[in-house]
Design a protein around this ligand. Structure first.
Ligand SMILES: Nc1nc2c(c(=O)[nH]1)N[C@H]1C(S)=C(S)[C@@H](COP(=O)(O)O)O[C@H]1N2
Ligand SMILES: [Mo]
Length: 567
């Protein structure tokens, strides 16, 4: 309990969200409920949760979160400690296995070691570890102090990357014993936080399975102006929350607003239904091409982390008006959003957009409950997601739980410490995330979707049919797409398939098609290049090296593919 007491401040900040949502999670939460159940039925880390005193209330609700927070911190910290190891090379699977001759400890023993004075112990599978000496090296500071007396395992399930051979090897350096047999089964019972994730169409090519991130084959994208829901790319940072619609409430609060909550039905009936076709593109789309210049951190997206759908819902403008916002209040600069998906420390996914985006109803910022005329699918934010036309995917918050009207940007990791652009010379040692603004509107981009890279193509009447997409942020319509098959010396102008929106309020992508004459007599291989121009006459840069950045975002250089000509 001393740990909880010693960290009331942190507890408070972790809890502000979970107090409101803890019941919901107990009922519907796909993973927290599993943890809580386990606690009420069993001992976790040797603590019996049987009474309902205030203290126990805190323990019941926060222990797993706190342990989670520190388990993850430990993982990250161990991961970051890139020192050389003297520890004998052992296969990944051996970490946490019983080591004969080491002392045996009970779950109770481990639970007692929950402060620096008493030393900090954790367990992983059968392994018991004293990580006290690691604490001074921990980049996350004293957060790690909360890593008292429990298994790291359930939390590492959430962030598979920490379960790498390297991290497990580092952990083994702090090994002090084995966990008693009777207590092992309990610690091995890891509930899969992703168990409630929806089924996905096998056509989606996964870039990571847990959390689920996937893109369709590019040639499917150009088959339809609207991407079918099952084919639409998926970008999840966390497990998909299981939202019970009976319980669902959207909270709206912040500067000058008397907080209100709206049920899904309220959002559907109190406001005019508004429909808009908008493309969503991840900032990391085409990251794999940046990765070939120099290694970047992030999911290795191809060119299909982008899709286009028709969204229906209430205008955020109408909802803010209903909530009583003062549109003339100059101090309101940002509209923050929080998702119902949470990390092991119970922090929600979050992001914000400049208030002026929402304050102009013509920007069509939506609280969407339908996608292509169907109920919003689970993967895409059921029951409500924000659609911010022309703005990077990351701000289109899914599973919307809360809207905060604010003077400040969202404090979320994904707003402040991610999704920003840097110079090609900025590296992980000198990067300062406070120095770059959060990405909002995306630059002009395009890609060739058909033919597919490295396939055999057949010419028709000495011509090759090429198809792809083009899109620009901020409502800037695509005005031209140029294709070259001679390295950029000469260009062919593609036919554009677009909606009828005006030049400066176009949220949907452009599908383009062109038939290019090819002189096949001399060559068997052909490079195809595309570049797009938007209504501000922005054009894509010709190569990746000058726009390379350590996170691999904003990759929008000319798209180039190579195909073989079938003779
Ligand atoms: N709540 C929540 N919203 C989220 C995310 C998330 O992980 N959680 N991912 C964001 C990112 S980075 C992108 S690119 C888009 C992807 O939307 P999609 O999965 O519907 O394609 O959702 C955004 N909204
Ligand atoms: Mo994204």
């Amino acid at each position: 309990m001393h740990i909880l007491r010693g960290h009331r401040g942190l507890l408070k900040c972790l809890s502000s969200y979970s107090v409101r949502h803890s019941n919901k999670y107990l009922k519907n939460g796909c993973y927290m409920s599993a943890f809580n159940q386990k606690q009420t039925e069993n001992k976790v880390g040797g603590i019996q949760f049987s009474t309902s005193s205030d203290q126990n209330f805190y323990r019941r609700f926060y222990s797993p979160l706190l342990i989670g927070a520190c388990a993850v911190s430990c993982g990250i910290a161990l991961w970051c400690m890139k020192k050389d190891h003297v520890y004998a090379d052992q296969p990944k699977d051996a970490a946490g296995d019983e080591i004969h001759g080491l002392p045996e400890y009970t779950a109770d023993d481990i639970a007692k070691h929950d402060s620096i004075e008493k030393r900090i112990w954790v367990c992983y599978k059968t392994g018991v570890y004293d990580i006290t000496d690691f604490i001074p090296k921990h980049p996350g500071g004293e957060k790690i102090l909360m890593a008292a007396g429990a298994s790291l395992e359930p939390f590492w399930e959430l962030f598979g990357v920490h379960k790498s051979a390297q991290v497990l090897k580092m952990l083994e350096e702090y090994r002090i014993g084995n966990l008693r047999l009777e207590d092992r089964s309990l610690d091995n019972q890891t509930s899969d936080p992703f168990a409630a994730d929806p089924r996905r169409h096998p056509i989606l090519e996964a870039r990571s399975k847990k959390p689920f991130n996937a893109e369709p084959p590019p040639d499917l994208l150009v088959e339809n102006f609207l991407t079918p829901n099952e084919v639409f790319f998926v970008r999840n940072h966390l497990p998909v929350p299981n939202v019970d619609i009976e319980e669902y409430e959207l909270e709206i609060c912040g500067r000058g607003i008397e907080p209100i909550t709206l049920k899904l039905d309220d959002i559907k009936t109190k406001f005019k239904k508004h429909t808009v076709t908008s493309t969503i593109q991840c900032a990391g789309n085409r990251r794999s091409e940046l990765n070939t210049v120099k290694e970047v951190k992030g999911l290795n997206w191809g060119s299909a982390a982008i899709s286009n759908a028709e969204w229906s819902g209430a205008l955020l403008y109408d909802v803010l008006k209903y909530a009583g916002i003062d549109f003339d209040d100059q101090k309101i600069q940002h509209i923050q959003f929080e998702g119902l998906d949470t990390d092991p420390a119970n922090m929600p996914y979050g992001a914000s957009i400049p208030a002026m985006k929402a304050f102009n109803p013509q920007n069509d910022v939506l609280l969407a409950y339908e996608m292509n005329g169907k109920e919003l699918p689970k993967d895409h934010g059921f029951p409500i997601r924000v659609v911010v036309p022309g703005v990077v995917g990351a701000r289109n918050v899914k599973w919307l739980g809360k809207i905060i009207v604010s003077e400040e940007e969202s404090e979320s990791h994904w707003q402040k410490n991610d999704y920003k652009g840097f110079s090609p010379s900025t590296n992980w040692d000198n990067v300062d995330f406070t120095k770059a603004p959060a990405i909002q509107e995306l630059p002009v981009n395009s890609a060739i979707c058909k033919p597919s890279e490295n396939t055999k193509v057949k010419l028709q009447d000495n011509c090759l049919k090429v198809e792809g997409y083009a899109w620009s942020g901020g409502g800037r319509k695509i005005v031209r797409v140029d294709i070259s098959v001679d390295g950029g010396k000469t260009w062919h102008i593609a036919d554009l398939i677009q909606d009828s929106s005006p030049l400066y309020r176009c949220w949907a992508w452009t599908i383009w098609k062109v038939s290019v004459p090819v002189d096949a007599s001399s060559k068997s291989e052909l490079q195809i290049i595309c570049k797009a121009i938007d209504s501000s006459y922005n054009v894509q840069p010709d190569s990746f090296p000058p726009i390379w950045n350590l996170r691999g975002v904003l990759g929008n250089a000319w798209h180039k593919i190579t195909v073989q000509i079938q003779k």
